[in-house]
Design a binder for this molecule. Structure first.
Ligand code: GLY
Length: 436
């Protein structure tokens, strides 16, 4: 069977890696990914030019396309591919609004009385939002309504000093139509521990994956700028050390109710649903949805799949999704980034990646935003590669991942604390404090 993976990052490399032994693999990518280019026929091109992707898929008799990133979903890549007879793992444009239009998402929770939402308001002018914030006695989070590549969200108490700064930033979001909407969404800020649940969806059924926790801050000790994610871990029982089965089940129920509502409101949701939750004293609250795998979280779960990914893809497109099985192992992913990231001066520099030694240790390399040139692999200004290891415990996986990071040489950095016992215990203690 011929399968096309669309996208170029570590998330797509992990998808391609999970498919490579069972299919004839093709990739469509904006930059040549050094890992994917070794295991697939590929074309370099803008993934957002959806007609061109469909043309490539038709020329190569692709049967299933797996869409990695959100940007082509927003452009309607699935609608275009399906028009051309190609089945897709990824939601159509109207269903992808669960990620691409945050006011659609919150309204869905309201209209269908789905649990776990937040107090929110959408504004298109400064006067109304200013009046609302003057009366609102809690910290808020300011979000552009549309996609901003993870860079538009600002939190009072983190990036913003107080609700007055939130007003100023909200005005900027509206005036510049950040994310493509001249609107801003203001949400209450909730306190707790964040966690991710990703699920396969066939339009009707949902098969949830092990929970994971990402580390969005650039530096150790959760300091520095919020980034696309510096690493993540998952545990052998599918839960997290601070997350109970009951909380996990509540979060999955929220996701199940959401796909039912999307099917009513838009079209059946086929693909991956990524739920980012905050575990609060009141249980899980939904922070946001993505219409795709998480990055780095895809790298935690995909290498642990026991059910072949191609079987899951066939079940998604056919609407026959059942249970999906994973190895009962913990995993840790550490992202290698240029020194100084996100404000790096090392973009363009050559790095050395000793893939053989990393693999000999039982770890895996998934390439992200690097350039492949005749003399080797070059950094860009963004995350370079994810190193992933699994083990009987988070701590065992962490030790392997950490050692494997030594085999990447150059002006690079990674968070040594991701998955360490010390940091995991800090998370558990934080959650206990919130619950008491
Ligand atoms: N881990 C954050 C994201 O995938 O958007």
């Amino acid at each position: 069977m011929k399968v096309l993976v669309v996208g170029t990052g570590a998330r797509e490399h992990a998808i391609a890696d999970a498919l490579k032994n069972d299919v004839e693999l093709y990739c469509y990518m904006s930059k040549v990914n050094p890992g994917m280019s070794k295991i697939a026929e590929f074309k370099q091109g803008d993934e957002g030019e959806v007609e061109k992707v469909a043309e490539f898929a038709k020329e190569n008799d692709i049967e299933i396309a797996f869409i990695g990133p959100e940007a082509p979903l927003e452009k309607g890549i699935v609608d275009e591919l399906e028009k051309n007879g190609i089945k897709c793992v990824g939601p159509c444009q109207s269903a992808a609004r669960i990620e691409t239009d945050k006011s659609f998402m919150r309204k869905l929770f309201e209209d269908y009385e789905i649990d776990g939402s937040l107090i929110y308001r959408v504004f298109d002018n400064y006067e109304d939002l200013s009046e609302f914030l003057d009366d609102f006695d809690r910290d808020v989070v300011v979000k552009p309504v549309g996609l901003t590549g993870g860079k538009g969200v600002k939190i009072v108490g983190d990036h913003l000093k107080d609700n007055n700064e939130a007003k100023e930033y909200s005005k900027e979001v509206i005036d510049n139509a950040m994310g493509g909407f001249a609107q801003v969404i203001i949400e209450e800020r909730v306190i707790g521990e964040e966690f991710t649940i990703q699920a396969f969806c066939d339009g009707e059924h949902l098969a949830p994956m092990p929970a994971a926790q990402d580390h969005p801050h650039a530096f150790e000790g959760d300091q520095g700028a919020i980034t696309g994610g510096m690493g993540s871990y998952s545990d052998a029982d599918g839960l997290l050390p601070f997350l109970t089965q009951e909380d996990y089940d509540k979060a999955v129920k929220i996701m199940e109710d959401t796909i039912k509502a999307i099917a009513e409101e838009a079209k059946p949701y086929k693909g991956i649903l990524y739920g980012q939750f905050m575990l609060t004293a009141d249980g899980p609250r939904l922070i946001e949805y993505n219409a795709r795998f998480g990055d780095p979280e895809a790298m935690n779960v995909l290498p642990l799949l026991k059910t072949p990914l191609i079987d899951v893809c066939k079940a998604i497109v056919d609407g026959t999704l059942g249970e999906v099985e994973f190895e009962p192992k913990a995993s840790v992913c550490k992202y290698i980034v240029p020194d100084g990231y996100p404000e790096t001066e090392y973009a363009g520099e050559l790095i050395e990646v000793d893939e053989k030694s990393i693999e000999d240790m039982g770890a895996k390399v998934f390439y992200a935003a690097v350039g492949l040139e005749d003399d080797g692999i070059h950094l860009s200004g963004s995350r370079a590669l994810g190193i992933v290891a699994s083990g009987e415990s988070i701590s065992e996986a962490e030790k392997i991942a950490e050692k494997a990071c030594d085999y990447v040489k150059g002006n690079v950095y990674h968070r040594r604390d991701v998955g360490t016992e010390e940091l995991v215990e800090k998370r558990v203690a934080h959650m206990k404090e919130i619950l008491n």
